[in-house]
Design a protein around this ligand. Structure first.
Ligand SMILES: [Zn+2]
Length: 220
C-alpha cells in the first residue's frame, strides 16, 4: 500500500485541481470611511444593505492605463472619489477600488479583502472580483502579467466555486455576452462609461493560457 502513496497523492491533486496559492504583497486600502461609503454605494446602486461581497460570480480584468506601479496603487488609496472624476463622483462618494493590482513583473498586490465590494465596473461591482494590471493596453502590458493573471484567476476559481464568468472591462457593456444577466443598476441615469481596457489581445492570450495551463474556461 505504502508504495502507492505518491501515486494516490498525484491522482488526488490532479483530480481536485489544487492550484498553489500565489504570493501576495499587501497594500491595504480598506478604512472605516471606505466601508461606510461602500455601503452607501451598494445601497443606492444595488439595493443592498451591506458592503460585503458574497459568492462572487464574476472576475473583471482591467489595466490601469498608467505605466507606473506607484501611480497605479496611489489612485486607489483615498477612500473618497477625487474632484478630477466629476461624473463618477456625482454617482457615489466612494473612490474606485480593486482587489488586486498586478505589476509588469507579475508581482501581485492585494488592496481590498475579497469579502468587500470594490468599485471598478458599473453594474457589476456587487458580484465582481476586480484585477488591475499596471500599464497601457497594447503598449506595455507584459507576458509576466498574463501568467500572473492566469495563476491568480485559476486559484480564485477554486476558492470561489460561485465564479462562473470572466471578462475584460471593455466587454462589460456587451448585452450579448452571458455575464450581462448579472447587470444591476438602480440609479437609472448612471450610464456606462466607454472602456477599452485591458484590450482584446490581453484577454485572448489570458483565456488561451487559462485553458492550456489550468484547463479552465469561464464564461464571458
Ligand atoms: Zn477598467
Amino acid at each position: 500500500m505504502k508504495k502507492y502513496l505518491p501515486l494516490i497523492l498525484f491522482l488526488f491533486l490532479t483530480l481536485t485541481g489544487a492550484v498553489k496559492k500565489p504570493d501576495f504583497t499587501d497594500y491595504p486600502i480598506v478604512t472605516a470611511e471606505r466601508l461606510e461609503l461602500t455601503k452607501q454605494y451598494c445601497k443606492d446602486h444595488y439595493g443592498m444593505d451591506t458592503y460585503e461581497l458574497k459568492d462572487p460570480k464574476m472576475i473583471v480584468v482591467h489595466s490601469t492605463e498608467m505605466s507606473s506601479l506607484k501611480d497605479s496603487l496611489g489612485c486607489f488609496k483615498p477612500a473618497k472619489m477625487g474632484d478630477d472624476r466629476p461624473y463618477l463622483q456625482a454617482f457615489g462618494a466612494v473612490n474606485v477600488g480593486i482587489h488586486f493590482v498586478i505589476d509588469k513583473t507579475g508581482k501581485i498586490y492585494t488592496l481590498l479583502p475579497l469579502n468587500i465590494v470594490a468599485r471598478h465596473t458599473i453594474g457589476f461591482n456587487y458580484t465582481a472580483i476586480g484585477i488591475e494590471n499596471v500599464g497601457k493596453k497594447n503598449v506595455d502590458l507584459t507576458a509576466a502579467q498574463i501568467e500572473a493573471n492566469a495563476h491568480l484567476i485559476a486559484w480564485l476559481a477554486e476558492q470561489f466555486p460561485s465564479v462562473e464568468y470572466m471578462i475584460g472591462h471593455y466587454e462589460y457593456t456587451n448585452k450579448k455576452l452571458p455575464h450581462y444577466a448579472l447587470y444591476i443598476e438602480n440609479v437609472t441615469n448612471y450610464k456606462f462609461t466607454q472602456k477599452t481596457d485591458p484590450g482584446k489581445y490581453f484577454m485572448t492570450e489570458l483565456r488561451k493560457l487559462l485553458k492550456k495551463k489550468y484547463n479552465l474556461e469561464l464564461k464571458d
